[in-house]
Design a protein around this ligand. Structure first.
Ligand code: IPE
Ligand code: IPE
Ligand code: MG
Length: 272
């Protein structure tokens, strides 16, 4: 792991102090973020919701730059849920427009920072012009070996799991898959996130403490970090604070801490 410390924060600044306190051997491999609060950020400033989303796009740039300098393996950003189609047409149109703008303006930076672009979610429903941008970004960065950046678009965890279930049933019906072969590993390999480790850290901004249909299967053992900060205000400091909180957690995965393991063995025997 090669952290570009000076690129993230200059020596002597509070952010640098935070950064220096982080343990490089305990960095999350995969960070997932529910980027919420653009609308409230705009409302507080008497701006339109769309201006809030524009400010949110800037926070995405900062976050991606930081995760790439932290040498984090993967980041998944929830940008548009299947439920977000319920919003006014004008807002929806603006969101897809901003995504195109984002790709246009960031593709060179992606390449320069060695970021590999990808998506999760059902792209079928998206406008063909949007899909073209996504293809372009994917193609242009396919050989990048740094942080994998996955944007969740028209994504829903239940939708994803239903699709996997349909695939399993179809394969089984055609005799290509035995029911016994449908195990956690098979499911993992058929999710949109196949090949990416489960998120170690899930962040949600804006004070809402819910998952809103994001990565339902994959967050089984993620550490969850809620912050009141609205997404457009989520900067370097906020990301480093989230990682610091993650590093202070004790991940037990249902087991016990090493210090609690001694003394639990049955008399004279070795535990299995
Ligand atoms: C998150 O901000 C961005 C998207 C869901 C696209 P919101 O637009 O949900 O902002 P709030 O929750 O209304 O403040
Ligand atoms: C979750 O935010 C979806 C994204 C961030 C894309 P929402 O604002 O849509 O979630 P709810 O409606 O508050 O649960
Ligand atoms: Mg919201």
């Amino acid at each position: 792991m090669m952290i570009d410390r000076d690129g993230i924060a200059l020596p002597g600044t509070p952010e640098r102090q935070l950064l220096d306190e982080l343990r490089p051997d305990r960095m999350p491999r995969h960070v997932a973020i529910i980027m919420d609060g653009n609308g409230r950020w705009a409302k507080a400033r008497n701006l339109s919701r769309i201006q809030g989303h524009r400010a949110g796009a800037q926070a995405v740039r900062t976050t991606l730059e930081t995760v790439s300098r932290l040498d984090i393996e993967a980041i998944t950003l929830y940008a548009f849920s299947t439920e977000n189609w319920k919003r006014p047409k004008l807002e929806i149109r603006a969101l897809w427009g901003l995504l195109k703008e984002f790709i246009d303006s960031q593709l060179d930076t992606f390449k320069k920072n060695n970021l590999r672009f990808g998506t999760i979610g059902d792209l079928e429903r998206l406008d063909p012009s949007v899909r073209k941008y996504l293809d372009r970004a994917r193609q242009a960065t396919r050989d990048c070996t740094g942080t994998l950046v996955k944007i969740a678009l028209n994504y829903s965890g239940r939708h994803e799991l239903s699709r996997v279930l349909r695939e399993a049933v179809a394969n089984a019906g055609q005799g290509r898959l035995k029911p016994d072969e449908i195990d956690e590993d098979w499911i993992n390999r058929h999710l949109d996130t196949a090949g990416t480790p489960d998120p170690d850290l899930l962040i949600r901004t804006s004070g809402e403490q819910r998952v809103s249909n994001f990565l339902l299967w994959q967050i089984a053992y993620s550490e969850i970090y809620f912050t009141e900060v609205l997404w457009p205000d989520f900067g370097v400091t906020e990301l480093l604070e989230a990682i610091q909180s993650y590093q202070q957690r004790n991940r037990r995965f249902g087991g016990l801490d090493p210090e609690n393991l001694t003394g639990t063995e049955p008399h004279g025997g070795t535990s299995v």
